[in-house]
Write a new protein. Sequence first.
Length: 97
Amino acid sequence: RLLQDMQRELTASLEDDKAVHEQLDCWCKTNEREKTAAIEAGEQKERELEAFLGEALAKMQELKAKRDAALEEVNRDEVALQQASTLRMEENKAFHA
């Protein structure tokens, strides 16, 4: 009788252990799929962001070059305006003299 009771306890314990093992196995597989998918999505996002940063850097360099060219043009125009104003004043003095 004692052996039969032990057999029943062991069988019940085995069934509980099997159920726990199935739950943990399912959780592990599900967790691994989810984490793998999350890692892949993160790596894809990283590649997209790196591409975007490369494009943004190129755009910044282009805009800086345009800005520098515009500033040089403004500076040349200011010098030309100053020279024209000076010439105009000299001509005006000569005309009134």
